[in-house]
Design a protein around this ligand. Sequence first.
Ligand code: NAP
Length: 306
Amino acid sequence: MYDIIVIGGGPAGLTTAIYALRAKKKVLLIERYSPGGQVAQTGKIENYPGFKSIDGMELASLMFDQALSLGLETVFSDVLDYELLGKIKKVKTYDGEFEGKTIVLAIGAVARQLDVENEKKFIGRGVSYCATCDGNFFKDKEVAVVGGGNTSFEDCLYLSDIVKKIYLIHRRDEFRGDRHTLEKLYKLERDDKIEFVLNSTIKELNGDTKLESIVVENKMDKTTREIKVDGLFVAIGRRPDTTLLQEKISIDENGYIITDENMQTNIDGVYAVGDVRKKRLRQIVTACSDGAIASVDIIDYISKNF
Ligand code: NAP
């Protein structure tokens, strides 16, 4: 029996674990892949206090190592089902069933798809949702990145050291991402490393067995242009993957879990932290903050109820 079962090993889940372990709680982390979540897939992080610039994978490893050194137990497996209503919570995975006094849902969010024809066909054959995972397959090639937020900016910066040229395709002429990072992209534009394709949407993905070109349409004058690329990195935001929790817990119309200010969901002993939670700002620092707050409330909850 665990005091806390944390589902998801990103900064929110790991911070929950670190705070609880330091309070001598028994904590199990269940993670589908490797720990770190989206952070581990981020190139450079420049807005996490204490680090002027740090590689995402390195920051994720530091957090994970810290939790392990405090006694974190781990299971790397997919969750199949949750039993949340009883006093003892149960999590069923491919590797068995686990019981806890509390559950922390730190399951993050998954990449949004463009929903253009052939997108699924070319996944792994040119279409990618993770530049740091797949960028190296496109050494000295021409690629496109679609999106206008910080992820698209980070992807461009990461890819600029690997590929020959990047087309950044954005549906508006103003970006959502940080001005500071945008300045770095303008520098790459001056070096002909990046070309901005603004007010444009992707209409077609073409190729035989792999992606060979994309067709973009300018929304202002309705002209179309074919751009030959070997890769397309889709960075148009993320959505929570709360399918297993539908009907079990309070979720908003976009699939985000609703909590109170202590990260408590509508079910006693069940908490949600990080990007899966309904909130305004999704950053590493706010994910960590959620984890710390949840942990303190959980420690109170356990002492009152067990
Ligand atoms: P985001 O900020 O939501 O940006 C998504 C972008 O994709 C927007 O520019 C949006 O265009 C565009 N878009 C959405 N749907 C589209 C579609 N169907 N077709 C074409 N374009 C579409 O998502 P994100 O960049 O993944 O960032 C998510 C959060 O993580 C943000 O809070 C971000 O600041 C944070 N983040 C931070 C860092 C960092 O600080 N180092 C790094 C990465 C991410 P519109 O602008 O027109 O809506």
